[in-house]
Design a protein around this ligand. Structure first.
Ligand code: BG6
Length: 491
């Protein structure tokens, strides 16, 4: 099946932090791919903006190097790159002074009628300053949107403040809070699987589902982000946003349509129904871990503390949580969540384990029946697996065997797997908010996370060491095994 590309309207993407890490690794390569696939209409421009004093030409060189470094083999096409670089411009601007803003306005005024998107790939500390400058310099047109990257706050109070600050200048429908997990193909597939098939929905509840596991395991460590990471930790960095979003899509009621408000209303209800974890139950419901020296990706790696200059920290690089949703659909069904750095592999998946059959009619020689599992794999090899019991083929009587209907998307469809940012960057231009977080969602997520952070502090819950390259501290295994269940660790 071939993919269908619908070109978007001509646009100007202004990337604040245009010479930074995110632009280099993700945004520029993603935009390049959208150009190749024919999604742009002309004239369309990408305007880098940051404090570095670069000329247009120097920015194009930076972008060229970024593409060379981050595109996969065979994706760098001379003619396409030339065309892409020609649409790049650069303006040095200072978020905290008026330097550069007139020049930015001049460039943007050349395309007043185009869709205009401001992408804030900068530290949240200057979101407010930039929004204000955009406003003061009269850069907001009817067709303007703003995109903000996480972290949106480090707790509820700071998130409220940040949302207020941006909200003073932009209307909610102009604000795109990006969570790149929502742009991953399999995450969108989760909705297709649930809502475009009659098969699963009748079973998608506490009567038929035993428990859900959500794992986002990374093999990488800090990747030069120690300064940020040590003030955040795994709960803020991964759970508050990406993992709770996955949980919402797994657990939400069926929205009436794919309309952005309908989808986000349902996600919000899940967040609000999460049972509180606080000082009274935080020690039973959560495990915090921190990696020690070990081996990862085939070589020896340092421990977390050795990567920090100070060498002392109680920040978690791993967290496991037993979460529960207090509503009719999910009463009594645990959602086990875990995420961490320097784990045994890069693997993200949602595992739905159904209840065992109520009565076994087969005799002992047939072997054990295993509960069905639906595994939605986000990475590395995106796909869906459904385990089923079958009769072992061939003679020899009735012997049961657990097999998987395994669909790897890459091999099934033979298409390039687009990076999550590609879809999301274009949704901004199309003004489609379905895969972006609404203000109340972000705040509801913090409302659940804050008491966990506070609970840890009050209970003095320390991080448990785990060796880099393993599946985390033994306490995380105990968290699920004391309920008679096990983590799905099959990579
Ligand atoms: C980011 C986190 O949001 O997501 C990083 O800040 C993390 O710490 C990254 O490594 C993971 O994204 P992906 O797409 O590689 O799973």
């Amino acid at each position: 099946m071939s993919s269908q590309i619908i070109p978007v309207e001509p646009f100007d993407y202004v990337v604040f932090g245009g010479s930074g890490d995110l632009a280099e690794r993700k945004l520029l390569p993603a935009l390049y791919h959208r150009q190749i696939e024919g999604q742009f209409s002309e004239p369309t421009r990408v305007i880098g903006a940051s404090r570095s004093a670069l000329s247009h030409e120097e920015y194009r060189k930076f972008a060229d190097a970024a593409l060379k470094e981050h595109l996969k083999k065979g994706e760098y096409d001379e003619a396409q790159v030339k065309k892409f670089l020609a649409r790049l411009f650069y303006v040095p601007v200072d978020a905290r002074s008026d330097a550069g803003w007139d020049q930015l306005k001049k460039i943007l005024d050349e395309g007043k009628e185009r869709v205009r998107a401001f992408y804030l790939a900068v530290a949240p500390g200057i979101f407010g300053d930039i929004s204000q400058k955009i406003h003061d310099h009269k850069l907001i047109t009817k067709q303007t949107r703003i995109v903000v990257e996480k972290p949106i706050g480090r707790d509820l109070a700071s998130a409220l403040q940040l949302n207020d600050t941006i909200g003073r200048v932009f209307k909610e429908e102009q604000i795109f809070r990006i969570d790149h997990y929502l742009g991953k193909e399999t995450v969108q597939n989760l909705m297709a699987l649930r809502f475009a098939n009659a098969l699963y929905e009748p079973l998608w509840n506490a009567n038929h589902i035993d428990h859900v596991q959500i794992t986002v395991a990374e093999s990488v460590g800090l990747e030069g982000r120690a300064g940020y990471y040590d003030t955040a930790g795994a709960l803020r960095d991964m759970v508050q946003n990406h993992i709770l979003q996955l949980l919402c899509l797994t657990a939400m009621e069926i929205p009436s349509s794919m309309d952005s408000e309908a989808v986000r209303d349902e996600k919000l209800k899940v967040l609000r129904a999460l049972k509180p974890i606080n000082a009274s139950n935080v020690e039973q419901a959560t495990v915090r871990g921190q990696y020690r020296a070990g081996a990862s990706s085939g070589g020896p790696v340092k421990g977390y503390l050795d990567e920090l200059e100070g060498g002392v920290s109680n920040t978690e690089t791993f967290v496991a949580i037993k979460a529960e949703i207090g509503n009719w659909r999910w009463a009594g069904v645990p959602f086990y969540i875990r995420t961490g750095k320097r784990l045994a592999g890069r693997m993200s998946e949602i595992v739905i384990t159904f209840k065992p059959i109520p009565h076994n009619i087969f005799d002992q020689a047939a072997g054990r029946t295993v509960a069905n599992q639906l595994i939605i794999r986000l990475q590395p090899d995106e796909g869906v697996k459904q385990s089923l019991m079958i009769k072992d083929p061939g003679p020899g009587g009735m012997r049961l065997r657990n097999v998987s209907l395994d669909m790897s998307f890459a091999s099934a469809f033979n298409v390039r797997n687009p990076d999550a940012y590609e879809r999301l960057l274009m949704d901004v231009i199309r003004s489609n908010q379905t895969l972006f977080m609404r203000r109340d969602e972000v705040e509801a997520a913090w409302k659940w996370v804050d008491p966990i952070l506070k609970g840890w502090e009050e209970a003095g819950q320390q991080v448990q060491g785990y060796t880099a390259g393993t599946w985390g501290p033994s306490q995380a295994i105990a968290l699920i095994e004391r309920d008679g269940r096990t983590w799905h660790d099959d990579i």
